[in-house]
Design a protein around this ligand. Structure first.
Ligand code: ADP
Ligand code: ZN
Length: 605
């Protein structure tokens, strides 16, 4: 990049990236790092972390070295920078020796602005020696939560990163992450030895994402309905817990005529790479995946993230849903959740390897996730709270849009718990929620008769609620730790806490699931579409077609050419000169020179 040596941060923002103003605390962070100091940055996904190290790398002398765990995405990250005219390269295990040597040479001769490295490279002495022979502007440690064992994404290679400071005490380090509870936050600082770093904690709010958690009924049908009514033709991610349900869901969606591709660790590397590449490069692809997919995916126009199974932690959930709407346009985070999820996750924790402390940690993570699902308060307030931040009811989540009622479920809880207590004598038999509910409703099923359950005193005492409502009660008792499953037969058992309820010493408040209005969604709980003025819509489509063809020709994702938000602004403002075009957000010098004429021609029709 040929910048004057005095280039300041603002000039880089404008000339290279084509943006007018910094977002949030970007400017403060950038000035701090440009000045040579360490920083720890907590910012939600889509908050704009990349600029926080890319700009200082361009302003400071030398090369910015970026440590990032996902080698599969380095090529795209580098392509995006090259499209801006920034000299970037990467070193990882996917390269041949010639390619690697070319990057090393460029690094040593000062012809790079940014160098991306996988963390395991830094365990190799030859890499450290190479770095020692060049000039380094800064170290950026991306996805810094990977150093934390408390978090959900621990990578042992990250532990070695503390040595960077010992070898290069004068080079500023900036660690960045989008997941940070207090515990993770503290652990990152300690493990990376960021003793003197200034901490920058951005607001974790993502106002353009609408959070919705729906009672699980027929999850695939519910999902299909969501996609057809609210997100036709949109790109999105559907998360499932198992490989099997990834396959089944992708097949189901494909059979309905949608472009849906599977992604999980059981697929061979070639298929995974091909599917990921189509998701990034084509418009409107739905990726059905396990959580093996997504870290570092910076596709800006993901319009929805759907979870068909309960995530294991709020941190994971927030990071996954955060992949929606990086471009700031309205997006949906939708989760389907039911009794079976709670039972399954509790069992997985019981069966998991690791010591008691580990299992307790998993339980705490799950409890926080369940509390989010069962809350009658604003989801966003609860999420922000989890990350130690305050919020006010947002008006853009399901509980704000269609407030659920809460009700005193103490008596209902007592009925379920006494039934469990009575069944407990027959522990060697598997009685699921179905049997408990049949007893409460007074149904003389074969299984009820077989075990003589119609003679229990609780038989038929629960006709005031429907079967579905009873399932909700059992689920919430599980979620609140008032009921547990145990043993080989996975029977329901009482917990310490449930005795207080039975003795009438404790009140149990419950959430009444909103009535299933025509597939569980009212008009008001619909993601606001990003509306274009009528005249602009066809122009936007023409620009998208041009962008698609250009991206294909160059073998890069469409968003590397221009983001949707940029195309929308062009279609709305209809610039007629290159100078006018250059004032649009997201068009820097390099892109203006490269694509300006073509865009104006496309506008002219
Ligand atoms: P993160 O890494 O925090 O998830 P990114 O760095 O990918 O987020 O930024 C998210 C999106 O916001 C990107 O598309 C980026 O180009 C855009 N962006 C970042 N900073 C600004 C800014 N100051 N003005 C306009 N757009 C920005
Ligand atoms: Zn809300």
């Amino acid at each position: 990049m040929t910048l004057p040596r005095t280039a300041d941060a603002h000039e880089v923002l404008h000339r290279i990236f084509g943006y007018d103003t910094f977002r949030g605390n970007q400017q403060e962070i950038i000035e701090h790092v440009c000045g040579g100091s360490d920083a720890l940055v907590l910012m939600p996904t889509g908050g704009g972390k990349s600029l926080c190290y890319q700009i200082p790398a361009l302003v400071r002398d030398g090369v910015g070295v970026v440590v990032s765990p996902l080698i599969a995405l380095m090529q795209d990250q580098v392509d995006a920078l090259l499209a801006l005219g920034v000299r970037a390269g990467f070193l990882n295990s996917t390269q041949g020796p010639d390619e690697r040597r070319a990057v090393e040479t460029a690094f040593l001769s000062g012809e790079l602005d940014l160098l991306y490295l996988a963390p395991e490279r830094l365990r190799v002495e030859s890499t450290l020696r190479l770095l020692g022979r060049g000039k380094i502007a800064l170290f950026a440690i991306d996805e810094a939560h990977c150093v934390s064992q408390w978090g959900h994404d621990f990578r042992p290679d990250y532990l070695a990163l503390s040595q960077l400071h010992e070898r290069w005490p004068d080079v500023p380090r900036i660690a960045l992450t989008a997941t940070a509870t207090k515990a993770t936050h503290a652990e990152i600082a300690t493990r990376l030895g960021l003793d003197d770093a200034r901490h920058f904690v951005a607001s974790f709010d993502r106002p353009n994402i609408q959070y919705r958690i729906a009672p699980k009924d027929e999850p695939r049908r519910q999902l299909l309905h969501l996609l057809r009514t609210e997100h036709p033709g949109d790109a999105g991610i559907v998360y499932c817990l198992s490989r099997n349900s990834v396959e089944k869901t992708a097949e189901f969606l494909a059979a309905q005529g949608l472009t849906a591709l599977p992604y999980h660790a059981g697929l061979d590397a070639g298929t995974r790479a091909a599917n990921q590449s189509r998701f990034l490069r084509e418009d409107g692809v739905i990726m059905v995946a396990t959580i093996a997919f997504g870290m570092g995916i910076d596709k800006p126009d993901v319009r929805f993230v759907a979870h068909l199974d309960l995530p294991k932690s709020v941190e994971g959930y927030y990071q996954e849903t955060g992949r929606a709407g990086r471009d700031g346009l309205p997006s949906t985070a939708w989760l389907a959740y039911g009794l079976a999820d709670v039972v399954q996750q509790r069992k997985m924790i019981d069966d998991s390897d690791g010591d008691l402390a580990h299992r307790r940690r998993l339980s705490q993570h799950l409890d926080a996730m369940l509390a989010l699902c069962e809350t009658v308060e604003c989801r966003r307030v609860q999420l922000l709270n989890y990350f130690g931040q305050q919020g006010t009811p947002c008006g853009n989540c399901d509980t704000c849009l269609v407030p659920p009622e809460s009700w005193d479920g103490t008596v209902a809880a007592q009925k379920v718990l006494s039934t469990v207590f009575r069944l407990d004598r027959e522990r060697r038999q598997k009685f699921g929620a179905g049997q408990i509910i049949d007893i409460l409703l007074g149904k003389r099923t074969a299984k009820v008769e077989q075990f003589d359950h119609h003679s229990l005193t609780v038989f038929g005492v629960g006709t005031e609620l429907t079967e579905g409502e009873w399932r909700g009660v059992v689920r919430q008792l599980m979620a609140q730790g008032l009921l547990a499953v145990e043993g080989n037969y996975q029977t329901f058992v009482l917990t310490e806490a449930s005795r207080g309820v039975l003795r009438g010493e404790r009140q149990v408040m419950m959430r009444r699931d909103p009535k299933r209005q025509a597939q569980g969604r009212s008009r008001s709980a619909r993601a606001p579409q990003a509306e274009l003025p009528a005249a602009a819509a066809p122009v936007f489509e023409r620009l998208r077609a041009w962008r698609g063809a250009t991206a294909k020709e160059q073998g890069v994702p469409a968003y590397v050419i221009f983001h949707d938000a940029t195309l929308r602004e062009i279609a709305t403002r209809m610039p007629s000169t290159t100078a006018e075009l250059g004032t649009i957000s997201g068009i820097g010098e390099n892109k203006l020179a490269k694509y300006g004429e073509q865009v104006l021609q496309t506008l002219a029709g």
